[in-house]
Design a protein around this ligand. Sequence first.
Ligand code: SF4
Ligand code: SF4
Length: 433
Amino acid sequence: MARFSELVRMMQRLDDLLSKCTRCGMCQAVCPVFAQSGHEGDVARGKLALLSGLSRNLFAKADITAARLNRCLLCGACERNCSNSVQTLEVFLKARALMAEYGRLPMAKKMLFKRILARPQTFDSLMAWAARHQQLFSKSTLSRLGTSCGRLGPAFFKERHFTPLANPPLHERLPSLSTPGAAGGLRVAFFPGCLLDKVYPQVALAAIQALTHFGLGIFMPQGQGCCGIPALSAGEVETFDELVRHNLALFQTENWDCLVTACATCTFTLKKLWPLMAGRFSEEVGGQIHRLADKTMDISQFLADRLDTASIIQTPTEEPIPVTYHDPCHLNKSLGIIAQPRKLIAANPRVLLKEMACAAQCCGMGGSFGMDHFDLSAAIGAQKRDHILASGCRTVVTGCPACMLQLTDQLSRAGQAITVRHTMEVFAEALVD
Ligand code: SF4
Ligand code: SF4
């Protein structure tokens, strides 16, 4: 019964949100999926029109509604550009949750979320095993970017150029951290997230190096789980709830002033999506979620806005190397973090930031979107790749590990040896003890 009343509440909330859309079509111009497909159904207006009859369409057009909702990168461009402030991401995520409740999420996917992602220890062990044996199911692409592709399987697995899994992952190299800050200084909680842990531990280590350099205390509790975005974007809210509870409990065990992540998507999830779903929890847990979200920041924002990063800028001793920057959607469009990563890149005297055209255009990754809509994702990614190539830079920097995967795939498949780096790697290189 509680579940039914929760569904009714969710539908009422959706109705309220949907009533704000005037069908003006402003979102059409900024939707990367629409730009590729040209289908009105792909743009926010088209999705919202279908959803406005949600209760009827859930039964009568369930397949069409689920498929249309799924053709979305959750990039936030429509929400950012909506003159009526329609909270499209909330609509899409809550509608996906409703559709999953009504059986639109395949059982195998649901089980993967519930049996693996929801159990951080199981997930970690499985991925560590996969990292040790990745040559069994993947082979080198011979690209200078060190990528590999699947030996068998669907196009997503066989054709995509993957960045190898880290062996060992971060949680085996550095399981936890608890250091005091310099006298009277700030103490920061650090949330690496799945991709930094399992693919890019060097980025997490660069972030820790930077925080340590400025005398900050660091708390990184052992056994952290995923931020929950893969489950939430599939509509599997029970797994999402479990992960929120798990991580929240870990971060309650010590005192800290600010929580930072070096993953744009994790920051967005903790800061915006956890509070969005806080109504599903008790008042006490809901309060904890809001307090954690208020103190969550992307690491580039934290370093650039709170600390004196200008003090490390040195005069270049040799010709700086031009690098270009890709704005992750979850930093630029969802959180308005645009200047800060650029400020950190500029702090490194060995590089010179050269803007590419359309730096804020989505790279097409969109989490499981890249898997479910491989061709569409690749076509969107190819546009980004062309902008990188046109910049003439041999290095592209970004602040989201998911974007790093997509950019590496695109550049590797095009036979380009352009290095993909995280903002923290570039910044940490400039730190001199
Ligand atoms: S979502 Fe916003 S921009 Fe798009 S049609 Fe509706 S009101 Fe217009
Ligand atoms: S979130 Fe992005 S991909 Fe999805 S409808 Fe809006 S603009 Fe299009």
